[in-house]
Design a protein around this ligand. Structure first.
Ligand SMILES: Nc1nc2c(ncn2[C@@H]2O[C@H](COP(=O)(O)OP(=O)(O)OP(=O)(O)O)[C@@H](O)[C@H]2O)c(=O)[nH]1
Length: 298
């Protein structure tokens, strides 16, 4: 039997950081992971975080829970038939409902091959503190991801005071009393804690929340025609409404040889120099984003 973990959590909460660190720990232990990754939008940004020697199946444009379980089942079958691995990690898009995403894994087809260890939800602790600012449908998805977790990572602890850290941990435990909770920064969770999980997933009592149906979340690809001034770009970022939840991709910046890796989640910005010339394009995820003018874009 192969252990299966489902990594859940809202857009930008730290799932890919958790994935990268878990892969490192599995490899150190001599275990081979396989990854099923699901991205919202057309570009496989996150898969670049996974080394080439790891079996990886990606589902672009659409999410595991919405595209129907048949497609996920087919991906799983290909992985099981073609690749030797010990542990399967499914990273869902931040807009997926974790229990719905598990549907395919619970197919009778895999009952003898896959041992579902549980749902690990990465919580953006800052967003938890400010959750009342989210529109109701989005907040409901954010809470569902937390409510159904077997293990909760209260992530981004480095951004909070000691008092805030204690408050969040207490509140999360009250909200989901059956989950184990650990405080993390950059998704660093000891493998031994993941391995202790033996979750049985409750499939009843699920409040459905799907992209494009009840949820008005949409994605948009933005291509850059010219380089931007980094400070001016950051000034523009500060003017964005809170309904822009996530951006990631490559932005051409004046004075830099290659477009920089750019991440934006819930008002926080990260820039990293890139040594390869990537296409200057970002994906934007949020509500009412189609009309936003992006500096330097086509
Ligand atoms: N300060 C801080 N930043 C973090 C932490 N964890 C993640 N980040 C940053 O938050 C951003 C999003 O992190 P990811 O790991 O890509 O999040 P994700 O959940 O995979 O994002 P999506 O795939 O868009 O849903 C990146 O810029 C990370 O560097 C943390 O604990 N502290």
């Amino acid at each position: 039997m192969k252990d299966v973990y489902l990594f859940s959590g809202f857009l930008g909460s730290g799932k890919t950081s958790l994935l990268t660190d878990t892969i490192r720990q599995l490899k150190e232990k001599g275990l081979k992971p396989a990854i099923l990754m699901n991205e919202l939008g057309k570009l496989p940004f996150d898969s670049q975080a996974v080394d080439e020697d790891i079996p990886l199946k990606e589902m672009l444009e659409g999410c595991i829970c919405c595209t129907g379980s048949e497609k996920t089942e087919a991906q799983l079958q290909t992985l099981l038939a073609g690749e030797a691995f010990d542990v399967l990690i499914i990273e869902t898009t931040g807009a997926a409902h974790p229990v719905e995403a598990l549907d395919a894994v619970y197919s009778p087809l895999f009952a003898k091959q896959l041992n579902v260890k549980g749902i690990v939800t990465v919580v953006d602790s800052l967003l938890w503190l400010n959750r009342q600012t989210l529109p109701p449908q989005v907040r409901s998805l954010f809470l569902e991801q937390i409510r159904h977790a077997h293990l909760l990572l209260a992530n981004k602890m480095d951004l909070l005071s000691d008092d805030q850290q204690a408050k969040i941990t207490y509140e999360l435990q009250s909200f989901n009393p059956s989950a184990a909770i650990i405080q993390t920064s950059h998704g660093k969770c000891p493998l031994s804690i993941l391995e202790r999980l033996k979750g049985t997933v409750r499939t009843t009592d699920v409040n459905r929340a799907r992209i494009g149906e009840e949820l008005a979340l949409s994605t948009r690809l933005v291509s850059f025609k010219q380089s931007v001034d980094k400070e001016e770009f950051e000034d523009w970022l500060r003017t964005l409404p809170s309904s822009v939840y996530r951006m990631k991709g490559y932005v051409p910046v004046l004075g830099m040889k290659n477009p920089m890796l750019f991440q934006y989640s819930y008002g926080m910005v990260q820039w990293l120099p890139e040594y390869v010339k990537m296409e200057p394009v970002i994906v934007m995820i949020g509500e009412q984003i189609s009309q936003l003018q992006v500096p330097g874009s086509v």
